[in-house]
Design a binder for this molecule. Structure first.
Ligand code: PEP
Length: 251
């Protein structure tokens, strides 16, 4: 199966609403037709980014959400609130959420079920720490995270979910996995998906690579057949770098 490349920019805690809208406006002229594109602005910029992206081929994703529909969850927002901004998707289980905010596989799973139910697209991030890789535990960690996040999600829904493989040691560090290392991890993830959900669903899932992807290393990573695009942090903050990475994803 040939999967359409999918590149998403995770802005983390960067950009005001006005900056987000300006970015979308400038990116509009540089969207390759062959690549699906998403941006993940902070909550405060979702509505303006979504308004600016209306009619363009740029999907807007939140960076997190709460699984409850409403209630006493100070600081959180629900799937319905994300949809209310005009955004279409949500990024779940980013390693910063896991490491800094105690996000668990069970929590990611609960959020994913609610996101699907609400009609939000989802990117689920997984990846091992440096210590886990050095201890030879990469496959065990990826299996735990993938099984945990996708538990009880039907195979049709799994096929629509994007997985982002993001080795924690490569995020924001300038150290990137080699294309061969990333390809091997992606193949492992796809094998786990095939075991759990069958070949058809596994083949449909897009697996992005994330971790210090830059304009000068993107083409090498994206040329691997198991790498279906990227989740880009730092290099998604400028239109120049991000659009160069989009261009590198054109098959
Ligand atoms: C990320 O935040 O998901 C990420 C991959 O960051 P960076 O590209 O800066 O390593």
């Amino acid at each position: 199966m040939s999967r359409r490349p999918f590149v998403a920019g995770n802005w983390k805690m960067h950009k005001t609403a006005a900056e987000a809208a300006e970015f979308v406006g400038r990116l509009a002229a540089r969207l390759p037709a062959e690549v699906d594109v998403a941006l993940c602005p902070p909550f405060t910029a979702l509505a303006e980014a979504a308004a600016a992206a209306a009619g363009l081929r740029i999907a807007i994703y939140a960076q997190n959400m709460h699984q409850a529909a409403s209630g006493a969850y100070t600081g959180e927002i629900s799937a319905e609130m994300i949809l209310d901004t005009g955004a279409q998707g949500v990024l779940l289980g980013h390693s910063e959420r896991r490491q800094l905010f105690g996000e668990t596989d069970e929590g990611v799973n609960a959020k994913l079920a609610v996101a699907h139910e609400a009609g939000l697209w989802a990117i689920v991030a997984v990846g091992e720490t440096e210590a886990e890789r050095e201890a030879g535990e990469t496959e065990r960690v990826l299996r735990r995270q993938v099984e945990g996040a996708l538990c009880d999600i039907g195979s049709d829904r799994v096929a629509e979910t994007t997985i982002a493989y993001e080795p924690v040691w490569a995020i924001g560090t300038g150290r990137t996995a080699t294309p061969a290392m990333a390809q091997a991890a992606h193949a492992e993830i796809r094998a786990i998906l095939a075991e759990l959900y069958g070949d058809e669903a596994a083949e449909a899932v897009r697996i992005q690579y994330g971790g210090s992807v830059k304009p000068d290393n993107a083409a090498g990573l994206f040329s691997e057949d198991e790498i279906d695009g990227g989740l880009i942090g730092g290099a998604s903050l400028t239109v120049e770098d991000f659009s160069a990475i989009l261009a590198a994803a054109v098959p």
